[in-house]
Ligand binder design. Sequence first.
Ligand code: ADP
Ligand code: GLC
Length: 488
Amino acid sequence: MSIFQVATEIAPIAKVGGLADVVYGLSKELVATGHDVKIILPYYDFLKTKKLCAPKVICKSTFSCSSHTKIPVTYYDSKLEDLPLVLVKAEDKDHSFERGSIYGQMDDSYRFLLFLYLTMHYFETCEKPSLIHLHDWPTSFLAYLYKCDAMENSPLDPKIILTLHNMLHQGRTSKKPFEKLGIECSHLFKDDKLLDQNNPTLLNLLKAGISYADNITTVSPTYSKEIQTREFGYALDGALTQRKEALKGILNGIDHNYWNPSKDNSLKKEFPTTFQFEKIMKAKKANKEKLQTMFNLKDSKSPLFCTVSRLDTQKGPELIEHAITFSLDRGAQFFLLGSASDPLVKKQFEEVKEKYKGNPNFHMTDVFDENVARLVYAAADFIVIPSSFEPCGLTQMIAMRYYCIPIVRKTGGLADSVVDIDQDSALAVERVGFVFESKEKHDLEQCIERALALYLDKESYEEILSNHALQDFSWERSAKAYLKVYSK
Ligand code: ADP
Ligand code: GLC
C-alpha cells in the first residue's frame, strides 16, 4: 500500500499545533512498521532554514486550468529524518507559500485550494498513491476532486481517509478562489454535499471531505460522538450523522522518541528511563530551577502550575485566567506559555500579563517555542487544560511523560486520556490526574485545591507519578487502528 499523507503541517518543521505532531508521529510509526508512507506538503518559505535533507527536484511542470492561469510548479523530494517528503513549490504571483506562516491569511482558501490542485496534478503526472490520508479543512476538498472531478480522465481510484482534528475550522469559501485558479465552479455551488449549511452561497471545504471521503476518523472516541451533536458539530453534525457508519474515533498517540524526557536537550536535567521517584524529583527540581532563573521567577518550593497552549476560545481562556488567579492566591506559582491569534483573547492575556507584572510567582510568554515548552513540561508539577472542547489534546499526554499532573475539563480526548485520582470505578493504576465537568470556576477551583493537597501528601503523589510511568500513549496502538481503517 502506498500511503500519502496530504498535510499542511508536520512537526517540528511546520507546526501550529497538535495536527503537526500527529502527521509526524503517525507517519513515523507507519514507516517503522514497514509501510510505504510519504507526506506531501507545501514548500513554505520558512522550511528552507529547517533541518531537511537537501530537497531535490522530482519534476517541473505547469498547472493550467484555463488559458489565463498558468502556474509553474516544482515538486521536490526531501526527507525529515526517515520520513520521505514531497514538497510542492508553487510559483504563483501571490507567493502563496512565502508568507512566513502557515495560516491566518485573508486568502487561506485560495492558498490551500492551490496546494490541492497542485497535489492532484502531482498524483496524475508523477506518482499514484493507493491511499490518501487528508487532515482537516485545508486538505479535505481533495476527496471531492478525486471522487468527482478526476473520475473521467483519471484511472486512479485511491482510498481516501479524512481525519477531523477540529470541527471549528471548516474553510468556507466563495467562488473567488476557484475563479482565480481558472476553474469552472458553478456546478460545485449546486452540490448540496458541498454547500455550507448556514450560508448556501458558500462552499464548505470540510464538508466536501466529510461527504466524499471513503472513511472519516476523528482524534478521540468521545469527540466522535460529540461532533454528531449540535453543540460540537458546528452545523456539520447532520452531515456527520449521515456518515456515521464511516466515522471512527481513534485516540491520538504521541511519539515517545520525540517526547522523551530521558533524552531531551531542552532540559537542564533529564529524567531516569525507569520509574525512580527520588531521581524524578531531583530532575523536576533542577528543571524548575532552570525555568525560574530563565524567567525571573522566585526560587520557590511551592508547586508550579502551567498551561502550554494556543490561546484561543477553544482552550477556555476565562478558566485559564481563573486558574492563574486562584493558584497564585493559594501561594503557588504559574507559568503560562501561550500564543494567541484571536485578537480578543490576545487582549485578555495582555491584561493578565500587565496585572501580574513584577509578580515573582507568575510568568507569561506569548511565543511559540518548543524548547521552552519542553522545559515547562519538565519543570511544572501540574498542567491546567480547561478546554471548552478538545478533539484530543496532546499536552496532557506529553505532560504525563514529563511527570506533570494534568488538571482537565472532561471533554473530547481529555475525557478519554485522563482518569481522576478519586475515580472509584477505575483501577488504582489508571488514576493519573484531576477531572472536572462543568465550565464553572468552582469545579476548577476544587481540582486545584485537591492538587495542592496531593502535592503535600508525598505517598499519594508518588503513586500518581508512578501511574504516569505506566501510561502508554505511544503511536503503536493508534497506528494499528488507522491501519485497520486503511485496509477496510
Ligand atoms: P492544539 O492542536 O489544539 O493546539 P494539542 O494539545 O493537540 O492542541 O497540541 C498542541 C501542541 O502544540 C503540543 O505539541 C504543544 O506542546 C504545542 N504547543 C502549544 N502551545 C505552544 C507554545 N506556545 N509553544 C510551543 N509549543 C506549543
Ligand atoms: C487539533 C485539536 C487537538 C488535537 C490536535 C491533533 O488541533 O484542537 O485537540 O489534539 O488537533 O489531533
